[in-house]
Design a protein around this ligand. Structure first.
Ligand SMILES: Cc1cc2nc3c(=O)[nH]c(=O)nc-3n(C[C@H](O)[C@H](O)[C@H](O)COP(=O)(O)O)c2cc1C
Length: 447
């Protein structure tokens, strides 16, 4: 898929997109509806009448991991293996002048982010409205190589946003290099980007690599880009909306509190300031928003983590069935077809060292579903030996946000695979005919 709207059409055709036509308040009500959807069918939502805005708001697009795969033209069962294979080969961008994302152009001073952008407020104690599905794109101040990353932006009013760029995130490093020369960093915020760029922006791409080229590799075709109207930055020509501007040197302002992906609040912190110089969009633009820590966010953050761990573990253990991050993204479950006892232990070690955030790793046999937390707990309880199968590695940090860092010190691994020497004793039961049963054919209709 080469555009965000192709992805929306895909979900619509699969009947995984629900429409909301009644007027919805972007403050709390929109998120409340989304939360109920995520707890149930977990389909994507399109709010067609959002108070204060003419633009439809789309959310929960990546409620399922299979949608991440489909957006990249892949089968879910091959997802991690293929992503690891594709990453190395970037494709140069294709420059175009006639860009759908510039069908409507607003330039400073006729800009007001409180008027021009839907004002979505998520959690009870949030400081105000935030852009949460914006991909920040900037060329490196020296080399010109493009970085892309998702960063939340607080909508402050008129032409100002506040941005969280948590070091050692690459965008923060780009800004530090510009700031050292007393320069602002030209930067664009892209909303409704091509899926390849969404994935590239969520991934840990090497600092020197050009993420617009990596996005092309993941979509299997060069990314079509166009030059911004007010800054020397190239953006995806087929995106829904672009906010052009610059991250100011030597200024930090209070940003937050914000209920973020750990399901708690990040307190007020001194963060970067973004001055808006232009807003361009399609004439029938869709506005994407993401609930931090919701199912969509955890899939977007989780698949790149699974891919990174796959890369590290497959060097030791070729027979990986899949890697999942059920429940949360600070842990993972690796399902393997174990050939010798060392493989499970090596998988634990490689995964714990393979991604800095990864705090807990469980390795299970390939008859356990790594995506099903209950099945994983079953494996731990029936197949792991606490005396010998639990590994703790002290004094290694995982999640390093300053204020909660001490809670995330030390790592834990559990080998929940059955001993090979006792394999027949651990064969899982099967129930012939179970898969073919349709319960409605058996149960009496009480109406
Ligand atoms: C929806 C979404 C929102 C995110 N918001 C932030 C954020 O506000 N601040 C941040 O530092 N990282 C955020 N991230 C994580 C970064 O985008 C991600 O770690 C990225 O890989 C960092 O890019 P880099 O490789 O350029 O350092 C978010 C990720 C997603 C998927």
């Amino acid at each position: 898929m080469e555009t965000f709207r192709e992805l929306i059409d895909h979900l619509d055709k699969r009947r995984e997109l629900a429409f909301v036509d009644r007027k919805v308040n972007p403050k709390h009500e929109l998120t409340a509806v989304m939360r109920r959807m995520q707890a149930g069918a977990n389909h994507a939502l399109m709010f067609r009448d959002v108070a204060g805005s003419d633009i439809p708001v789309v959310t929960n697009v990546f409620g399922f991991r299979r949608t991440v795969a489909a957006a990249l033209g892949l089968e879910e069962k091959d997802l991690l293996r293929t992503l690891v294979a594709k990453e190395a080969r970037g494709l140069p961008v294709d420059r175009v002048d006639d860009a759908p994302v510039q069908q409507v152009v607003s330039l400073a001073p006729d800009i007001d982010v409180a008027r021009d952008i839907p004002q979505v407020v998520f959690s009870e104690h949030d400081a105000g409205a935030y852009i949460t599905a914006g991909i920040l794109i900037a060329p490196h101040p020296e080399t010109g190589a493009y970085n892309a990353s998702w960063n939340r932006c607080q909508l402050v009013g008129k032409d100002k946003l506040r941005v969280r760029m948590m070091p050692p995130q690459h965008l923060g490093r780009y800004h530090a290099e510009a700031e050292a020369k007393a320069q602002n960093l030209p930067c664009a915020i892209v909303i409704g980007a091509p899926p390849g760029l969404m994935f590239s922006a969520a991934s840990k791409v090497p600092y020197e690599a050009d993420e617009l080229e990596v996005a092309g590799a993941w979509q299997g075709k060069p990314l079509r880009v166009t030059r911004c109207k007010t800054i020397p930055v190239d953006v995806p020509a087929d995106a829904e909306m672009v906010i052009e501007g610059e991250v100011i040197a030597d200024i930090r302002e209070d940003e937050g509190p914000f209920g973020e992906f750990t399901d708690s609040y990040v307190p007020v912190m001194k963060n970067h300031v973004f001055r808006v110089t232009g807003i361009t969009r399609r004439s029938d633009a869709l506005y994407h928003t993401i609930l931090a820590g919701g199912t969509e966010d955890l899939n977007l953050v989780g698949v790149p983590i699974q891919t990174e761990i796959y890369k590290k573990v497959s060097a030791f253990v070729p027979q990986i069935k899949d890697i999942a991050t059920p429940g949360y993204v600070f842990g993972c479950v690796i399902s393997i077809n174990k050939q010798n006892e060392d493989q499970a232990r090596n998988a634990v070690l490689a995964a714990l060292g393979g991604y800095s955030w990864t705090k807990i790793v469980v390795v299970v046999d390939d008859d356990v579903d790594p995506f099903n937390a209950a099945d994983v707990l079953w494996a731990i309880q029936t197949r792991a030996t606490p005396d010998t199968d639990v590994y703790t590695i002290p004094r290694v940090s995982s999640y390093t946000r300053e204020d909660v860092r001490e809670v995330h010190s030390g790592k834990l691994g559990i080998d929940a695979t059955a001993p090979l020497s006792m394999k027949p004793l651990f064969e899982r039961r099967r129930f012939p005919g179970e898969d073919a049963i349709n319960l409605e054919d058996y149960i009496v209709d009480r109406d």
